[in-house]
Design a protein around this ligand. Sequence first.
Ligand SMILES: C[S@@+](CC[C@H](N)C(=O)[O-])C[C@H]1O[C@@H](n2cnc3c(N)ncnc32)[C@H](O)[C@@H]1O
Length: 197
Amino acid sequence: MGFMIASSVPEWLTFAKVFLRHPRDVSSVLPTRKAIAKVLADRIAEKQPQVVIEYGPATGRLSREILSSGKLASGSSLVLIEKTSEFIEYLRATLHDPLVSIAHGSAVDVLDIIKQRGCGKADYIFSGIPLTLMAPEVANAIVANTHAALKDDGVFVQYAFRRNVEPILHRYFPSVRSDSQAYNLPPLTVYEARKHS
Ligand SMILES: C[S@@+](CC[C@H](N)C(=O)[O-])C[C@H]1O[C@@H](n2cnc3c(N)ncnc32)[C@H](O)[C@@H]1O
């Protein structure tokens, strides 16, 4: 059944409704706060055309912040990979930008998704997907494929509330740094994983 996008329904309510339908996949009742989305988007260095991928954009809070940061030069790509069909419908109805391409699928298929789009490997991959709530073999495959989908100097930025994602990142990435955004409630930890220290 289709999920109607009514312009009169606030974004947070759409998000909360989708959470109630898919609590395990969505894992958070509300979208990422704008201040947090900004802290995340600020990690992107200004470079000439670059490839940025986001796993689990939901209603696109972080995606919009990345676009409005002005860090993506023309010719860049922002590839959004979202598993939940209601969010795909919302993104297709509300997010129109020539740099954006929206893929309905799982982060585990990131390599096929970038191959189909011919955009090449990524400079940054952002993810708020709930790695620690997934079957371990799926979470492992996502992190392994993320490693393969990044350029040599690419960065995987994973953010998580209350959960320690470091062990799974360390399985594939030799360098993992984390910092806590304690002012956010619940506190948010942002992990940056790199192929080299
Ligand atoms: C905590 S929400 C992310 C919030 C969002 N980034 C924001 O800015 O508000 C987690 C998202 O990950 C998506 N998701 C869960 N598993 C996924 C997977 N394997 N691949 C892609 N998206 C996934 C969910 O549908 C949901 O949109």
